[in-house]
Ligand binder design. Structure first.
Ligand code: ZN
Length: 415
């Protein structure tokens, strides 16, 4: 072997592969490497037995490899059809790529790792392919590597909705809260979507194995979990409850703002974010403003007081104390003449068992919220997704239950 060919083999770290010839295509900025997989004979892709050659493909096939110094690199080879005593007529094993793939394992690995780290546009540019080819390749690759994967050992689940496109297109995401990853993504946020998850992705045995479930106060989620998971304790998610209380409080504030005169509005100005603040992050000045509010606007102050009191709920250690607290809180809320607060109190009363189960379980969707943050970053990076498929691909690639790049054969996992 000439020195140059030896150099190329070492540089590209090609094991088991021989470079027969190379060719620089100046106009295409491409390096074509004519390669041969084995010293002698061809191997069956299924049993690795050395087999007899039946015929050699007339036209060469090309596989795209990682670009080097601005050159796109291609492997070229005439694959052979062989005869295996066990598996019959079959195409020989190609050590650098999946059967019938157009890219090498190494390229595929780069595609997946870059896809986790950066925008598809940037990935496409680094790998010398167009953005549309890239999304096709990603989809094929992720589908293949996740193929046959089953959900395993699921005991705590979380459910949440997320919008993936402008115009209110929603997807439901199911999380494994123990392993903090996404196990399922489905179109829509209604009951039928969730039923689909329980029926198609889990066996009856697996459904019975679920002991904890966290979700927000949506009828669809609660109903589905109660129906499908007999052994699960449902915990309404802390973040969503806090969010609902804040929303009710904001409703009261807006009402008062609409009715207020110019003079009164002076007191209400800049209240919005202050009202949402947790007591631990309140400054002295904040307390002063809230004090002034007590005299300035009783209604907002009362709503805020209810919200502030509810913070204590999360500290209870015993169920009976939490229950007593919740009863008092809802009664107090219902006594006010603040419609949003009364509405909320009724919902809280309705789901009080599920809210109180937090005390024992301490289960929250915090893990899910963390994952959601990553998903939102991915979404914003891509400035939204037109199809759910593309969105699902990216979710599974970044926070899925399978480490997708790790599915590529180890010797090709280098960047
Ligand atoms: Zn065979």
């Amino acid at each position: 072997m000439s020195l140059v060919r030896k150099f190329i083999v070492s540089l590209l770290r090609l094991k088991e592969i021989f470079v027969v010839d190379y060719e620089f295509k100046i106009r295409d900025r491409a390096l074509h490497l004519w390669v041969r997989p084995y010293k002698s004979g061809c191997l069956c892709p299924q049993c690795e037995r050395r087999c007899t050659i039946l015929h050699v493909c007339a036209s060469p096939r090309m596989w795209r490899d990682m670009p080097v110094c601005g050159w796109s690199v291609f492997f070229c080879y005439h694959p052979k059809e062989i005869f295996c005593p066990t598996h019959g007529r079959i195409q020989e094993r190609i050590p650098w790529a999946e059967p019938y793939a157009r890219i090498t394992y190494r390229f595929e690995y780069a595609l997946l790792v870059y896809g986790q780290l950066m925008t598809q546009k940037a990935t496409a540019r680094l790998l010398h392919i167009s953005a549309s080819t890239l999304s096709d390749l990603l989809h094929q690759s992720i589908t293949r590597l996740r193929d046959g994967h089953r959900i395993r050992g699921l005991t705590s689940i979380g459910m949440d909705e997320i919008s993936y496109c402008k115009g209110h297109k929603y997807a439901t995401i199911v999380y494994d809260l123990d392993r903090s990853c996404v196990v399922w993504v489905g179109q829509g946020k209604g009951r039928d979507t969730i039923d689909l998850f329980f029926q198609e992705s889990l066996s009856p045995y697996q459904r019975d194995q679920i002991l904890w479930a966290a979700c927000d106060m949506s009828e669809a989620y609660i109903g589905a979990i109660q129906e499908h998971c007999r052994n699960a304790t449902l915990v309404l998610d802390r973040f969503h409850i806090v969010k609902a209380i804040n929303a009710a409080l904001d409703e009261v504030r807006k009402e008062q703002w609409r009715e207020a005169s110019a003079q009164e509005r002076k007191i209400l100005k800049g209240l919005r974010w202050l009202l949402f603040k947790h007591s631990s992050t309140r400054s002295k000045n904040d307390s002063r403003i809230l004090h002034a509010l007590q005299r300035g606007n009783r209604r907002i102050y009362r709503a805020w007081l209810l919200k502030d009191e509810f913070e204590h709920f999360w500290d209870f250690k015993t169920q009976w104390a939490a229950e007593r607290f919740l009863k008092r809180w809802t009664t107090a809320a219902l006594r006010t003449r603040l419609e949003p607060m009364r509405k909320l109190a009724n919902t809280v009363r309705k789901y009080s068992t599920q809210i109180i189960s937090f005390v024992e379980s301490r289960l929250t969707n915090a893990v899910a919220e963390g994952l959601n943050r990553i998903i939102k970053i991915v979404k914003n990076r891509a400035s939204g997704f037109r199809t759910l498929d593309a969105f699902t691909d990216m979710i599974f690639l970044t926070v899925g239950d399978v480490d997708i790049p790790a599915q590529i054969p180890a010797e090709f996992r280098a960047l």
